[in-house]
Design a protein around this ligand. Sequence first.
Ligand SMILES: [Zn+2]
Length: 189
Amino acid sequence: MAENWQCPFCGNNSTLTNQNVTVSGYNFDDNNKFDGPLRIVTRSIVCPNPDCREVAINSTFGRCVSEGGSFKLGKVFEEWLLRPSSLALVFPDYVPAPIRQDYEEACKIRNLSPKASATLSRRCLQGIIRDFKGIVKKRLVDEIDALRDEVDPDTWAAIDAVRQIGNIGAHMEKDINEIIDVEPPRPSS
Ligand SMILES: [Zn+2]
């Protein structure tokens, strides 16, 4: 096997081989709830970068299918990042701690609470604009407008999209630090 992979710890791109990847899975009975046998597969990857050598682990749960005498994962029902617990990249210390913290938390809760994640992303975005660009206005929309000529159009559109999506969870443009209540995710049955 050869697979392109970006390490979530050091950010290096590398090609994975069987030496870096260990896959282990087992099948179990669905107890008449899932219409057929189930399978869970855990995959651990050791980063090939000699300066890193970190271990990334994830698990996937889904339908078990038999193919050529061996078992494989069919339709995937759920997937978990076990280590690291999110795909947040590690940024250097010169990025202010509050910005890094908002970013890391937004990544962690992305699946559990997309609204809260979008709101944190929006606050993170405002922190970046204020800290790195020195643009401070009353409303985020005005700050982003002031940024329009300083970044390329695609980047600007992405920045404005974060603002718009983040509006769902924040009090519109009034106060970026105020986050409205967000329903906790329903416990899975
Ligand atoms: Zn690495």
